[in-house]
Design a protein around this ligand. Structure first.
Ligand code: NM2
Ligand code: OGA
Ligand code: ZN
Length: 380
């Protein structure tokens, strides 16, 4: 943690400048500092939530005076026109610094994430179910890897129905859908979904026809005595970045225009959605992949003159996703499960023989729970 050494009020009190022992000085605006004051009149002592609203902050708020206490590692600010005195710790100021070089228009991803391919995914993050339940340190390490790679495995899970929800509860909450709290992935006749057959499934994200989509998917193997049905996962963010490198125009088409997705169940289920296959935040952060050949509905949001190029881009993206060099392949054995960030990592299976039995169970959960668990475990 670098230390602040001195402090200056600048722009007639509209901001402060904090000098650091290491690194360039950092600026903070008076409005921003007032809004984020940590005193008990601004934030509830009990729950930490903000008690004031933006309209409670005077438009002409400025800093009358500022002092630094290097021993206490804090600064104290006096505001005008409301005569408020507020203290901030060095640590808080550093963690919440925003005086960074402004982002240009480049595509970027969260710095906690690491993209991977077959060659670079050396060790798949894996944990034993018992360890995940009993060892918080190992659980935290594994959850961080799950977040970082968008993919992880678990071994030693009970080969019993419903276990998949116990796995979800290790780091979050089950998302119930029309498929139930959890679902059997078995080959059935008159299957309501192609996943419930013995056909192969191209790498895909689940349920793109749902809005919001489930952001975590867990698949757990209970039985397997058939040939085939091997698993494969692909980093969709890596595939998107590869597409961008190959053909920026294609990348732009898939991120600019929405595809449509749809699923019609037997009764009372008709899900429809509209998402770009490659999702970007307004500041060009790569945030989501929606890709599922079985569920793409007629795409009607691409103008006529762009549609053929859009299809070329879609084909190229699919080619990249299908490349063996992109995939991590594995066999899911009874007692194993794998978890994916369903907004990033695609999963696939090879076809399998009808003879013998294969029984997987799956369930959905969400990433907010995962991130919350990582945060709270990190503080222990
Ligand atoms: N199941 C397994 O998103 C999909 O339609 C893939 C999902 C039916 C819940 C299969
Ligand atoms: C699914 C799915 C993979 C498998 O059910 O969504 O992708 O191995 N299943 O059966
Ligand atoms: Zn799936």
């Amino acid at each position: 943690m670098s230390l602040f050494t001195s402090l200056k009020v600048i722009n007639s009190g509209k901001a402060i400048l904090l000098y650091r022992k290491y690194g360039a000085p950092l600026r903070y605006h008076s409005t921003w500092l007032r809004d984020n004051a940590l005193d008990s009149k601004t934030r509830d002592k009990n729950n930490g939530q903000r008690l004031i609203s933006i309209s409670d902050i005077p438009v002409n708020i400025c800093i009358k005076s500022a002092s630094i206490d290097v021993r206490d590692k804090s600064i104290t600010l006096k505001f005008l026109p409301d005569k408020k005195e507020v203290k901030f710790s060095f640590k808080w100021l550093e963690v919440n610094a925003y005086d960074k070089k402004s982002n240009n228009s480049e595509i970027w991803i969260n710095s906690n994430l690491k993209v991977w391919s077959n060659a670079t995914m050396k060790n798949v993050p894996v944990i034993n179910y018992k360890n995940a339940k009993s060892n918080k340190k190992l659980l935290l390490k594994w959850l961080k890897s799950l977040h970082r790679y968008g993919f992880a495995k678990m071994t030693g899970c009970e080969k019993k129905s419903g276990t998949v929800t116990k796995i979800a509860k290790l780091f979050g909450y089950v998302r119930e859908t029309n498929y139930g709290k959890w679902f059997d992935v078995k080959s059935k006749t008159n299957a309501v979904n192609l996943a419930y057959t013995n056909l192969g499934l191209q790498a895909h994200t689940d349920n793109p026809y749902r809005d919001p989509v489930p952001t975590i998917q867990i698949l757990h193997c209970i039985k397997k005595s058939t040939k085939g049905g091997d698993s494969k996962v692909v980093d969709g963010f890596n595939a998107a970045l590869k597409l961008k490198k190959k053909n920026k125009k294609y990348f732009n088409l898939l991120s600019k225009y929405c595809s449509r997705f749809e699923f019609k169940g037997k009764k009372n289920v008709h899900l429809k959605s509209r998402f770009p296959m490659i999702g970007l935040a307004p500041d060009n952060e790569l945030i989501s992949i929606h890709f599922n050949n079985r569920s793409v509905a007629p795409i009607v949001d691409v103008p006529y003159k762009e549609m053929l190029n859009y299809y070329k881009a879609y084909r190229k993206f699919s080619d990249i996703i299908n490349k063996p060099t992109m995939a991590v392949n594995f066999k899911l054995n009874p007692g194993d499960c794998f978890i994916v960030d369903n907004t990033r990592v695609l999963h696939a299976r090879t076809p399998y023989r009808a003879k013998g039995s294969r029984w997987l169970q799956g369930c959905y959960a969400d990433k907010d729970g995962l991130l919350s668990k990582i945060s709270t475990l990190s503080k222990i």
